[in-house]
Design a binder for this molecule. Sequence first.
Ligand code: S3P
Length: 451
Amino acid sequence: MLNRVAMTAPSPLRSAAARPLTGETRVPGDKSISHRSLMLAAVAVGTTTIDGLLEGEDVLNTAHAVTAMGAAARRLDGGRWEVDGVGVGALAEPADVLDLGNSGTGARLLSGLIAGHPITAVLTGDASLRRRPMNRIVAPLTQIGARIETRSGGRLPMTIVGARDPAPVVYRLPVPSAQVKSAVLLAALNAPGATTVIEPEPTRDHSELMLRHFGAEVTVVDRADGRAITLVGQPELKARAVRVPGDPSSAAFFAVAALLVPGSRLTLTEVGINPLRTGLYATLKEMGADIRFLNQRVEAGEPVADIAINHSPLVGVEVPATRAPSMIDEYPILAVAAAFAKGPTVMRGLAELRVKESDRLTAIADGLVAQGVAVGMEEDSLIVQGGGGPCAGGGTVATYMDHRIAMAFLVLGMAARAAVTVDDGAMIATSFPGFVEIANRLGAAISPAAP
Ligand code: S3P
């Protein structure tokens, strides 16, 4: 019923000089919103319809997981999805291990959902996900009443024995992480009374917006010590229609490609522009980019626009650490833009990049050096020395099972003096199925490379 994308053997790709990127395209649905729509639909009463769901490997794994817990998720003709929700507190124990593949969001948010149910589940993932830290969710979920055993170092696989009587908590995030915030809120759905999460820096608020969309009571208060998000537990969530906007993190690759390739004029339609996600676009504008948000509107609670991009010369800038949460997934592609800008671009506050799908700080720096770009790295800062024009290219990039590293360097190859090879493009399917085909249709020249 569900069509799982098969992960293939490493498939190296080569990206050569592109023609100008022109025309209009829609990028696939937002990954964060897609995961959340399946999970909230699973604990709503009735059948939720989802339009525009991202059908990438990460999200399909979440669809399998909620189905394994009794909330049937199915794809209808035309790409619409339906989920038969079971109601808050009524998820069933999965009969087998839940494999979340490459997805930190899938693993951490589902852990929250499971922790608030009296069921036991074992979670695992691929080699990349099994290296990523889970203690950041173990701490609050244990406070709520779950028992969790991880592999050493807080790694997957892990067993969650969900709380029989989940307790409401007040939890202050030690790291700015929407995944941790969301895990706590999802666990608290089945706790009586109010649960509050305090985040010192605002992170993406898709969970809060979607919880409200499904009928939960969520209040947000900006206080001196941060933003306090309070959820009233045990709501009756009702099935709703969800429309998933295009993913601004996926659009970012084509936006930067159009900025770098001379003569490009591109429109990306129906992209989410939630202000907690658009730090990259603000930064690119500061660098001199001609980027405009057209036809701004709100769809199913999320702000959306068509994004028009024209090729632009860029200058280096300093990106403050406070902006990191609003563009945390965009540093690989920003670093590529910075390599073509005039002068240095300084990016600060990047500690979290070390625990993404790969150690992105190292992967970005090594990848740029391989293309002849000068890079400085200090603890949690990255400095890219832009040459004010095309960089050399010609190198091979190690992607470390990281979709965004692969796509960022394929974009670099579109505008560099010599073609760029990435060692594996297979992981692109986790977040952006069709990336290569769409890029080539717009003007890129990406092809399989010899292994
Ligand atoms: C996400 C939050 C971010 C982001 C990830 C998606 C989410 O992770 O990097 O791709 O959907 O909540 P952190 O919360 O770990 O920063």
